[in-house]
Each structure stands twice: as C-alpha cells, then as structure tokens.
Design a protein around this ligand. Sequence first.
Ligand code: SAM
Ligand code: SF4
Length: 478
Amino acid sequence: MIETPIGLKEHDESRQGEAVMLKGNQEEQHNRKLYIESYGCQMNFADSEIVASILLDKGFTTTADYKEADVVFINTCSIRENAEQRVRNRLKEFEAAKNKKPGMIVGVLGCMAERLKSKFLEEEKLVDVVVGPDAYRDLPNLIEKVDDGTRAVNVLLSREETYADISPVRLNTNGITAFISIMRGCDNMCSFCVVPFTRGRERSRDPHSIVREAQELFAAGYREVTLLGQNVDSYKWTPQATEGTADQKPVNFAQLLVKVAQVSPLLRVRFSTSHPKDITDEVLYSMAKYDNICNYIHLPVQSGNSRILELMNRTYDRSWYIDRIQAIRTIIPDCGISTDVITGFCSETEEEHQDTLSIMDYVQYDYAYMFAYSERPGTLAAKRYADDIPEDIKKRRLTEVVNKQREHSLKRLQEQVGKVHNVLIEGFSKRSDKDYCGRNDRNAMVVFPVNTKYKIGDYVQVLGESCTSATLIGKIID
Ligand code: SAM
Ligand code: SF4
C-alpha cells in the first residue's frame, strides 16, 4: 500500500524502525543491554523514551545493535495493515539473532501488542513478552518472569496512567528539539481508527509535570518542545479533591500552551494533533499572542466530503472544517497548516473523492500525510461498512491526492522565498556539514551555509533565496 508523507515530523517515514540509543558513555559492561526499535507516530517514539527510562533505572544500558542485545523490544504501530506487516517481517530478522543467542528476550510493545494480546505468543513463537502502552511500569517484573522461564503478557489499559512522574530519557536526540506527551488515549471513535482500542481512554497529564519537564529541557539546552496527544484540543486537567490547594484550577489546552510558552521566550512550542471539531479560537488567540508558540497547525481533514466525514464519525462536516480554516487565517494570517487524508474509504464515490481534491485546493496545505484506507479489525467501519473500493482505485485516488499536495507544498515554499525567517538551528544538513538546517516558525525545513558566529541551538535570521519541493534554501543575514 502506498503511504506518502510529504513533509515530516508527525509520522516521520525516515524514523520508522529507528533504534533508540542513549548518547554518551555507557561504561558498565556487566549490565544487560537493551535494544529498542520504534514504529508509527511520535507518541510511540516518546513512549520508547519512557520504557528506556524505566529500564535504565534498573541498570540496563542501551545498544544500537540488536544482535548483541540481551533484551530486544519492538514498539509497534497498528494504524494500517502494512505497519503490522513491517513488524512481522522485522521479527523474522530477530528470530535469526535469537537462534544464535538463546538467552535473548524478545518483547513486543505498543499498539500491536495491545491489539493482539496473548494471540501474539501463539502466532510468534520467538516472542517472550507482550506489553500494552499502559503497562510499561510492569516491564522489570515481566522481564523477571521471563528470566524464570515463563512467557509474560500485560495488556491492561488504564484510565489514569500518564507516566507523569517518569522523566523520559532522551534517545537519539539532537539536544535541541524534544517531544512531551501531554495526554494519552483517545475517546473519539473515528470509525476507521484502531487507536481508541489500542491506547485506551483519553486522559490528560498533570500540567505541573508538563511545565516541569519543559523547564528541565530548557535548562538542558533544548530550544523547542512539541506537545503530543491524539487530540490536544480536548486536553483537560481537573485537580483531584486530595490535591486541593487554592491555586489548583482546571486547565484547558489553551491555558497549558501559555504555561509552557511562559517557560522562556527562547523556548519554541509546537503541538500535534489538533482535531477540527475541538480546536478553539482561544487556542488560536494564544498562538497569536505568544511569539514562541509556532504558527503551525496540523489539522487532519481526512475527507472533503460531508457524507464520508459522517461515515468516518469525525463529527464535523465540510463547512465546519472550512470555518475553522477561516478562523486560523483570520487570527494567525501567516500560519502553516498540514493535514491527513484518507482515500477510498468505504463507499466513497468519484464525486466525493473530488470533494477531497477541492478542499485541498481551498486550503492549499503546506504538508500532508496521505493514506489509502486500510480496514482494521474491530473498528466501527470494519463492523458496519463494506471495504468496497478496489485497491487499484484507492491507489489511483491516492496518487491524485499526492500529486495535488506536491503542487501545494511547492507553492507554499515558493511564497516564502524572498522573506526573512526566524530559524532555530537544529544541526548540520543531511547532505553536508558545510550547511546548517532548522525550521522556521511555520515548520518549513530551511538549509543555509554555516556561519561560525552561530551554533546549533541559536536562532538566526535567514533570507529564503530558493526552494526545492521540500526545503527552503537561504543564507543567514546579520
Ligand atoms: N489523532 C489524529 C487525528 O485524529 O487526526 C490522528 C491519529 S492517526 C495515528 C494518524 C492518521 O492515520 C489519521 O489521521 C488518518 O489519516 C490515518 N489513519 C488512521 N486509521 C487509518 C486507516 N484505517 N486507514 C488509513 N489511514 C488511517
Ligand atoms: Fe483515531 Fe480519530 Fe482518535 Fe485520531 S481522533 S486517534 S483518528 S479515533
């Protein structure tokens, strides 16, 4: 199945399967070695940092080579069938390594573990541990069980777990940008989506622990945080009676954004994902008010047709979505907008597909993540509707959507040529260490020659001089 992200970060194709490693010296040779590889969305990558934190506390070290690991974890994604297939193929490679090193523990974590539960142990004989997203605190105990000769499963979902007290170890970090999970789970029940079943009920994390994490990151030299949740606009934290001091009031997402932005004007704040039914003008006004809250919103449309949106149970229609776009354009005139699109959802006609293309023309997104519909067992759509659009039609529609997005991405970048951008230097460009790279406020990747007056983590003013379809190219102006 084709799956084409134009523009990165949200579901970064280049990071799929990345093995996460703690940077620096890990001397203690006698310690057990952990290898952890992640797939799927940023939430999964952030979860792997929590898992590593829990196990490093128990004396583990990390390794980038699964063949030399004592414990091999794969943090999985279930969102589309091909994501699961990828994991199955990877497990075959781990099997060969385990045959050579019989004591090796292989564990499956995350959404696929939650979806398949103990069935995983039946289907994949090499797997020793199956752990769902809310059970990571139990990992040391589960590993002990395997050491004692039993295969172990914990897929209990929780209504409370937010791992608020666990400081994630930053793995594979550039030292400048980091993700902070602000909530877990999802209550939305979009009919195509497996997330509510694999990640459980929505719960918001204590804002004090979020602000503390942002402060610690800033003190450690980080200059950008992205607040993560499946639906950040429904973030809502209500103090428990036992916590009740006078200054503890309920906190919504707009208020949380402001609290994080106030950590320092030098700390950029981004967030993902916004749901069109929930994004409020209060959030937009907070973005407009604080320069360090970046002018960039990921607002998945999924389809431009109201009948399909209803079947998808997205709880907004085309005109509601357009109204939200108008609010963004009015309140934050220079805001970057990206989206997710699904082609070939159950019963989608050619005319309805044209509505998706026309809403893309209306918004002219900066980026899009585009997918052919993949039926997921257990979802509302799988139960209620026939997956009746032939694969070749889904793919042809996807190609049309991808081609349209290419035009719009290029156009949006061309509009930024000739302008001066505030860019946070994130590192050297992938192609050459003579160039720096970083993002501007609206999330466009900018590449420009190194000027030794400035170092990674500094903000610089960059004049955009030209662009490719994915990158703005420029030079620093003093
Ligand atoms: N919570 C986010 C939201 O509602 O926009 C999105 C979360 S999901 C991890 C990311 C994207 O995957 C969705 O926006 C949707 O476009 C896509 N997706 C989810 N389920 C899918 C399915 N069954 N087939 C194809 N794409 C799917
Ligand atoms: Fe899935 Fe919808 Fe929740 Fe996003 S909002 S995670 S698409 S159910």
